[in-house]
Design a protein around this ligand. Sequence first.
Ligand code: ADP
Ligand code: ZN
Ligand code: ZN
Length: 752
Amino acid sequence: MPDLLGETTPGAAEVVPLDGGSRAYTYAVPRSLLATLRVGHLVRVPLGNRVRLGVVWRCPADPPEGTRLRPIASLEHEQPVLTPDVCRLAEWMAEYYGCSFNSVLETVLPSAVRTGVRPVLRRMLTLARRPSDEDLAALRRRAPKQALLVDFLAAQPGPVERNKAAEGLGIGQSAVDGLLAKGIAAEEAKVLLRTAYDDPFAEAESVPSAGPALNPDQAAAVASVAASLDRRQFRAHLLFGVTGSGKTEVYINLIRKVVAEGGSALFLVPEVALTPQTVGRLRSRLADLGAQVVVWHSHLSAGERFDAWMAMALGQARVVVGARSAVFAPLPDLRLVVVDEEHEPSFKQSETPLYHGRDVAVMRAKILGAACVLGSATPSLETWANAQAGRYTLDRLPSRVDDRSLPAFRIVDMRREALHAKGVPLLSRELVDGLRDRLAKGEQAILFLNRRGHSRALVCPSCGVSAPCPHCSVPLTLHRTDQTVRCHLCDHRAPAPQACPACRSPDIRWKGHGTQRAEEVVAQLFPRARMARIDADTMSRKHLFRQVLSDFRAGRLDLLLGTQMIAKGLDFPRVTLVGILDADLSLQMPDFRAAERTFQLLTQVAGRAGRGALEGAVVVQTFQPASDPIQFAKRCDYEGFAAAETGRRKEFGYPPGRHLIRHLFRGRDPEKVAFIAERWVREVERELPGAAEIRGPTDCPVARIQELHRQHVWYLVPAVAPFLRKLAPLRERLLRDDSVADILDVDALDCG
Ligand code: ADP
Ligand code: ZN
Ligand code: ZN
């Protein structure tokens, strides 16, 4: 047993153990690590009677007085797995989102890294000594397979992988072992990074390419952010540019600048799988700088994740493109953080910690003193308010590149259509005419309906019964493809009923059409049109999605029909018509952001039309043609909409004027949930008078999911942190009932 204390000097470091690490412990730093140990290193430390993995959190740290420190046992990887700024970011997240430090740590450090995966070791063979001709002749007689390997190794310029050599020569492992035993071959283990992490995008070209010359607006935006970069101080910019205005070009120019100057850049997108074009474009535009672009997405294997993470930590990869969780990428010398489509709700994580990737990105840039660019054609009202108040610099791209016109909006009043057709048709006359016209001209169209499945909600005209999910308070959706009814919340599935479950009447009706039904209708109207449907049901596999998109781009399809999956960033020059089948779907959401969502959706979907030389049109079908979001979207007037909607929100005290914290209570027993939520609100009002405007408790719009009853309380506050600091001890004291869980959702987006 070595004298551990003798090996250490007074150097100390704080380490957060990974499993169950809700706080940091102080350890002594062994002399052997004194020069190398840094914040973010993954180490093994004794805790209790076990040795655990932990992250060095502060180093050096002040050793607490009078205690004998246990030493750090070993260093796991040479390279830190977290950058120091991400450690500070994690502390901020735990406080701001009112969640456990441990849940934050699990989020910032991918499990592939956290579980102590080792780099893959490959056993490499070389020829240790060349046998004499005599020996070789003897070997050929007695062990021809070993001789084969000798010949092979002798012909190689360097080490070869053992398994590959054996496989390629068709010899067994015993032949290799034999040669090793004779000392003719030698073996060593080598760490090789698995390079497959960019596989899904291998087809994306990475031949170097030059970009177009920037137009004056783009150049001004680049100059504005470049000035922030040069100052090396934190600054957030809102790049407010209409769809097709060349925002991506601006990002690429800025990323090139940062990489050329030796820094790293982070590029966050709502969903990587939906942006293969962007990845390919970025790769080819950075190729001449020799910059490796890592793609961080949800389909990486653990090994690929590990390698990608290490490539970043080592500074091998200076640019990362990824969804939400890429915001924690361990890029050294990060100088630029870009968040594209910053308004997208998918940046918000839906499980604890319920963080918003955009807001965390801004905070990371702030901690680092880096520049941050938030880009959108329809900024969230929160970001818009920040820009209006001068907290963010507003850079505008007011027109489409080459002055292509924005598509013309046609609003179809479905009340009239219903009168005409004696029932509500799925496609209005105007849309049918438009489709016929485009198909005849060989142009393309996109139809958009944000509801998958065939029909939503069974109703029995005889007895009035409907058929909700047995576990949730939402109706079941009919899926005609396999004759099932499904719950889109809990995925409950059952055979589709042929008769009313209550009165057995066979005359049941289905209401609320989805994409499957729309596909039927369009196929009946246009039997020769080549059409593909894109929704979560058809696109369970990502490569299928890419296939459909590339078919559509190549003109092998005429029509694309889908849910919001097709609303995002896709760029098809030959699309001249976009139809929005039911604009009211998002308007009717029980959510104070319904108008904002509708405006964003209409604008984004419309932005898919007329991106090439041909002019585009958008047909919007609605029962509420006069509503604000539809009228402002029609006029392409984001600023008008933002002003009107911000004013309306202010009346109700909603964001962006104040922060909304949603406190969710859920449990199996509805009465207990209500009782606890009720009592809690009374206590908060008594103990923290005036600390927040409190709404509720009330049933959530979806009052039951998977047998759990749900109530929520809303707090509207001018600032989050001070309120949560006051709330924390109260929660600690009063909410300890295991049968009712409570979850805080800071800056909640989903209020359903
Ligand atoms: P956004 O991200 O704002 O939707 P993009 O950056 O994708 O816009 O640009 C839309 C299209 O216009 C792309 O095909 C892009 O290559 C092209 N483009 C961008 N900037 C220019 C420019 N300055 N000159 C010519 N074409 C451009
Ligand atoms: Zn019935
Ligand atoms: Zn359900």
